[in-house]
Design a protein around this ligand. Structure first.
Ligand code: ADE
Length: 224
């Protein structure tokens, strides 16, 4: 899977080179290409924004600069995603769907936003990571890359994405590791029993119980 990121702050993506995503890049399971939008400014001061027509606070990113940055990575097969609080809220279903794409171009906005005309021209889908406003689209783009990459074959072990919160519409059962007793609390007996059927049943029951308690809203769209 190829990600092209159009951003004014490419250095923010450094943290992605660590840990699991970094390893996936080394193994060439994913590639992340950072495109600095500022490199496409034709202005001698490298200006990328201007005041909004009609007045108001803040600055608006210029359409020609954003378009030229897009043109540098343009590909008919790519899906262009604009990270914005106005988009569809990202969830595990959208994440899994996006992981089937070959090439994603992620557009990160800043300031008061991006000139509407270039958005109309290039954007296929708008995605939000929640109902709050961030200073830019970089953190949302990183959230999207991290969550989508986990579904790419070879990035994680298969079981990790099969048995986790949301994979069957429920939250995940609780996990325990050694020591067997911690602060007078013992690991549930069933998990030490070695009885796989009983363990499976216990985990299913716990999943339902935890979902009822913490996220009852999820129970209405349960898949089975
Ligand atoms: N840009 C600013 N806030 C955002 C959000 N919540 N989701 C996606 N992009 C954003």
């Amino acid at each position: 899977m190829k990600f092209d990121i159009l951003t004014l702050f490419p250095e923010m993506f450094e943290s992605l080179t660590k840990s699991i995503i970094g390893r996936a890049m080394e193994k060439e399971l994913i590639s992340i290409n950072l495109v600095n939008i500022r490199d496409f400014s034709k202005d001698k001061h490298k200006k990328v924004d201007d005041t909004p027509y009609g007045g108001g606070a803040g600055m608006v990113m210029k359409p020609d600069v954003v378009y030229d940055a897009y043109k540098s990575v343009k590909d008919k097969k790519a899906k262009v995603i604009y990270l914005t609080p106005q988009g569809k809220t990202l969830n595990q279903e959208i994440v899994e769907q996006l992981s089937k794409e070959e090439h994603l171009i992620l557009l990160c906005g800043h300031y008061e936003g991006i000139d509407e005309r270039v958005l109309e021209e290039i954007v296929d889908e708008e995605i939000s990571i929640g109902d709050y406003v961030l200073t830019g689209g970089e953190l949302p783009a990183m959230v999207l890359i991290d969550s989508v990459s986990r579904f790419i074959e070879g990035v994680l072990s298969e079981e990790s994405t099969k048995e986790e919160s949301f994979s069957n519409g429920l939250l995940e059962y609780p996990q325990y590791t050694r020591p067997e007793v911690f602060m007078d609390k013992k690991v549930p007996d069933v998990l030490i029993s070695g009885h796989h059927e009983n363990i499976k049943k216990w985990r299913q029951e716990k999943s339902i119980e935890i979902t009822k308690k913490k996220r009852p809203d999820l129970l209405k769209n349960i898949k089975n």
